[in-house]
Ligand binder design. Structure first.
Ligand code: 3PG
Length: 418
């Protein structure tokens, strides 16, 4: 959507088949099963990202491939950094086929099981981020030489990347394999890239971005990029990002909330947030919040907040809804509140409903926000696209080259003669 939107041409499963025989082959598939997890029970709160990969996996199953799936879940040190055992069960339910899970990624147990697989068998490896190399970002050439890639690649004929939502990460499981194995985009990746590339023409203004969620560092990077590319006419912030920008404006968000940001190491981002404001990025911040003090839920206005911020308040919902009214394109990413608790979903639901009630084309992205869609009233005739991507979606729309797509292009040059 940035005015410098690049043309993306990535190899698909059809391109791979035109040159090689996929039937009965050993295929390593990078999916993005990263889902919201209940921090108390470890339960997967929304399985739409898992479901979204069914088409690709079924197609490979029908070709009698030996299918090995890998995904990350959360980040080391965070509550949602868990094993993929439950994800295998959820996938099995959606696929209607047996899915085996192994609590290993690149070790001897995983490699032995992979080499013994029979046609049509599906194996899910454990969380890729259990391997320390996976959390380091580097160019594809470097990632192709990691232990991660060198251990697994010899066991496969092909690599398929279906993880659009992780395409902005330059990690071994996403960019290393395409350089050593003939590779292609899976059906979900293909669909997302095609849909987004043609969705929005640069003339369609105003474009409004509603950005929330917990990934504050990433969101700042995205805002910088959107502003640099002049891709956003307004950026309405919610969640922790909003708290940071309020502080950057010199407003009081209450001691508890400031301490919360401190504990998460986010106060160090204040100078960056101030610089973004100074550069004139069109940021709008909330005027009130729903807060929690003990068990008491209240609405408090910015400047006199004493409770812990949990959601945006009614005046903010009204103001943001008003601002969205004349938009041509609205992109929403990340929840406005702590949606894991039903008491704090209202802001996120209201903003999605407000966007869908406008005449704009709405793009809703990110695993967390899409998890509340079943609670949203979708007006008849609403024009929208639900993307599995959050950060990847926004960077793609801002015209940034996504490393995983670039790696697929490099692979096509090397193995498909593009
Ligand atoms: C996402 O949820 O945006 C993707 O799964 C990528 O996750 P990450 O931001 O932890 O890399």
């Amino acid at each position: 959507m940035g005015d410098q939107q690049h043309v993306v041409k990535i190899p698909t499963i059809d391109d791979l088949e035109a040159k090689f025989k996929l039937n009965g082959s050993r295929v390593l598939v990078r999916v993005d099963f990263n889902s919201p997890i209940d921090p108390k029970t470890g339960r997967i709160l929304d399985d739409s990202r898992i479901k979204a990969h069914v088409e690709t996996i079924k197609e490979l199953y029908e070709k009698r491939c030996m299918i090995v799936l890998m995904s990350h879940q959360g980040r080391p040190g965070e509550d949602d950094f868990v094993s993929l055992e439950n994800h295998a069960k959820v996938l099995e339910k959606h696929l209607g086929l047996p899915v085996e899970f192994i609590d290993d990624v690149i070790g001897p147990a995983a490699r032995k099981r992979i080499s013994e697989l029979k046609p049509g068998e599906i194996l899910l490896l454990d969380n890729t981020r259990l391997v320390s190399e996976e959390v380091i970002e580097a160019v594809p050439e470097k990632q192709a030489n990691t232990i991660f890639v060198r251990r697994l690649a010899p066991l496969f004929n092909f690599y398929i990347n279906d993880a659009f939502a992780a395409a902005h990460r330059s990690q071994p499981s996403l960019v290393g394999f395409p350089l050593v194995l003939p590779s292609a985009a899976g059906r979900l990746m293909e669909r997302e890239v095609k849909a987004l590339a043609k969705l929005v023409s640069p003339e369609e203004r105003p474009r409004i971005f509603v950005l929330g969620g917990g990934k504050v560092r990433d969101t700042l990077r995205i805002i910088e990029h959107l502003h640099m590319q002049r891709a956003a006419d307004r950026i309405l912030v919610t969640g922790l990002v909003a708290e940071l920008f309020l502080l950057a404006k010199g407003l009081n968000i209450g001691t508890e909330n400031k301490r919360f940001l401190e504990r998460r190491g986010l106060i160090s981002l204040l100078p960056r947030a101030r610089y973004i404001l100074l550069k004139g990025a069109p940021i709008e911040t909330p005027v009130d919040f729903v807060t929690l003090k003990g068990n008491e839920v209240s609405v408090e206005h910015v400047g006199s907040i004493t409770g812990l911020i949990r959601d945006i308040g009614p005046a903010t919902i009204e103001m943001y809804s008003e601002l969205m009214k004349d938009a041509k394109v609205i992109v929403l990413r990340g929840p406005a509140g702590v949606i894991e608790d039903p008491r704090f979903r209202k802001g996120s639901i209201a903003l999605v409903e407000a966007a869908l009630s406008t005449n704009a084309f709405t793009i809703i992205g990110g695993g967390h926000l899409t998890s509340i869609l079943n609670e949203v009233r979708i007006p008849e005739g609403a024009r929208y696209h639900v993307s599995t991507g959050g950060g990847a979606l926004l960077l793609f729309l801002a015209g940034e080259e996504l490393p995983a797509l670039k790696a697929l292009e490099l692979s096509a040059k090397k193995f498909l003669g593009w």
